[in-house]
Write a new protein. Structure first.
Length: 279
């Protein structure tokens, strides 16, 4: 069954994937970018090829989300992590997932004021455009050459949708800010969550400590300067790959966000930001 690593874009999903993939899929607990491929994104086009559907038809893809997950879960007895930015809701009367296929979900949330500034940098938008994007309740994330289209929603609707898994106790909320400042305690909390889902194993603390150290943001930034990080976008103006690990924890909205957009975000997301103690 699947454990979802869910988030709105630019909220720390890649950092969490880096830590978990380094711990579970490396031999020595040392970060290698290629191990992130072992926690890939859902949905991707290859998930639907065995179903013989038209992957260019978005509605057909939405209708077959569950069927694709059924195929993924035919292999029993292994933890299967998948990243997603999809809201947990119905699109075209089709569910994104179901309890049969979902063992649990970790939702990573980040202060939306910092999401906006990171989003703007990553997608080459101005702050006004990035703000309107995260406020858009009807926003889809368009497909790329390998990722299928998903329904994103606004920052708040995406966050609220995944709380639907709270009642069956399949949901763990992680704040990006805690993942930066209290990484080890957050990861141990995640391992405890795995136990509640029925996955118990002795923690290799030596390997975990290495994974935590080598996935430090500055270390990943330095590593990206020396190697290609395949998830970094191409800047269409220059034709060069953009820096993925750019600001990270140094991304302080107070330096980049104007008063107009700050007020928009705080007004529209007031309840959620109060709940998460961002206000």
């Amino acid at each position: 069954m699947i454990i979802w690593l869910a988030s709105y874009p630019k909220s720390g999903n890649t950092l969490l994937r880096s830590i978990l993939s380094t711990y579970f899929y490396s031999q020595d607990g040392v970060l290698q970018f290629e191990n992130l491929n072992k926690i890939s994104q859902f949905p991707q086009t290859h998930h639907f090829l065995p179903l013989g559907i038209d992957i260019e038809n978005d509605k057909e893809v939405f209708k077959n989300f569950i069927n694709a997950q059924n195929l993924i879960n035919e292999e029993k007895g292994k933890l299967k992590f998948f990243k997603t930015h999809s809201s947990l809701c119905k699109i075209h009367d089709c569910n994104f997932t179901d309890l049969k296929n979902t063992l649990g979900a970790i939702y990573i949330v980040r202060d939306p004021r910092n999401v906006v500034t990171s989003f703007a940098n990553h997608y080459s938008l101005n702050i006004d455009e990035a703000t309107e994007t995260i406020l858009d309740e009807s926003r889809f994330m368009e497909k790329t050459f390998k990722n299928c289209k998903v329904f994103l929603g606004s920052w708040s609707s995406n966050y609220n949708s995944w709380k639907n898994l709270q009642k069956p106790k399949k949901y763990l909320l992680i704040k990006y800010e805690d993942l930066i400042t209290k990484k080890k305690s957050v990861i141990l909390k995640i391992f405890k969550f795995f136990e509640t889902l029925g996955f118990k194993s002795e923690i290799d603390m030596i390997k975990l400590n290495k994974a935590i150290k080598t996935t430090d943001f500055d270390n990943m930034k330095t590593k990206e300067e020396k190697e290609t990080f395949h998830e970094a976008l191409i800047d269409h103006k220059t034709g060069k790959r953009k820096i993925f690990f750019n600001l990270g924890p140094k991304n302080d909205w107070r330096r980049y966000l104007d008063e107009k957009n700050k007020e928009k975000i705080e007004t529209n997301f007031y309840n959620e930001m109060k709940e998460l103690e961002y206000l």
